[in-house]
Design a binder for this molecule. Structure first.
Ligand code: ADP
Ligand code: MG
Length: 151
């Protein structure tokens, strides 16, 4: 299934992502795709807020992953940009994918596609201007509860 929304500012992107984040139950995998500066980390900031985390979201580029907690659930934010050998993360990803209390959000996921379930939400952010983005969401029926009625 596919949906899309146009945003006119970083705040609008964050607000949309926050609404989506409020619907996360645990066990979902989200893949964020865009060029550098497209808004993946901005989107994740909104997601983490909606998920219920009070922690500040920054790009994990130099740490590979960060964890945001909400109650007994965790949102794990990975960024594989510049990681030479994403293969080293395969085992960790595999363990996290088995955990129904974990939400996985991944930037630059191409190198680990083979580990990820086909049933994931793919979020594509395309720059349409300095402050505007077109956000395309692709998801299986199983994950429609994340998007239904939002856009
Ligand atoms: P990425 O993680 O994809 O490299 P970031 O989220 O770190 O991208 O950076 C996106 C940049 O674009 C931020 O500086 C943000 O403020 C800006 N921006 C401007 N308009 C938008 C928008 N509509 N949605 C998301 N980010 C936007
Ligand atoms: Mg980023």
């Amino acid at each position: 299934m596919k949906s899309h929304i146009d945003t006119a500012s970083a705040t609008e992107t964050e607000d949309f992502a926050r609404s989506l984040g409020e619907r996360l139950r645990g066990g979902e995998v989200l893949e964020l795709v865009s060029d550098l500066g497209g808004g993946k980390t901005t989107f994740t900031r909104g997601l983490a807020k909606g998920f219920g985390s009070e922690d500040k979201v920054a790009s994990p580029t130099f740490t590979v992953s960060k964890v945001y907690k909400s109650g007994n659930k965790e949102l794990h934010h990975f960024d594989f940009y510049r990681l030479n050998d994403p293969g080293i993360m395969t085992h960790e990803l595999h363990d996290l994918l088995e955990d129904p209390s974990v939400v996985l959000v991944i930037e630059w996921a191409e190198a680990v596609h083979h580990v990820l379930p086909d049933e994931r939400l793919t979020i594509l952010l395309a720059r349409t201007g300095d402050d505007s983005r077109q956000i395309d969401l692709t998801y299986p029926d199983k994950l429609r509860y994340l998007v239904d009625g939002l856009c």
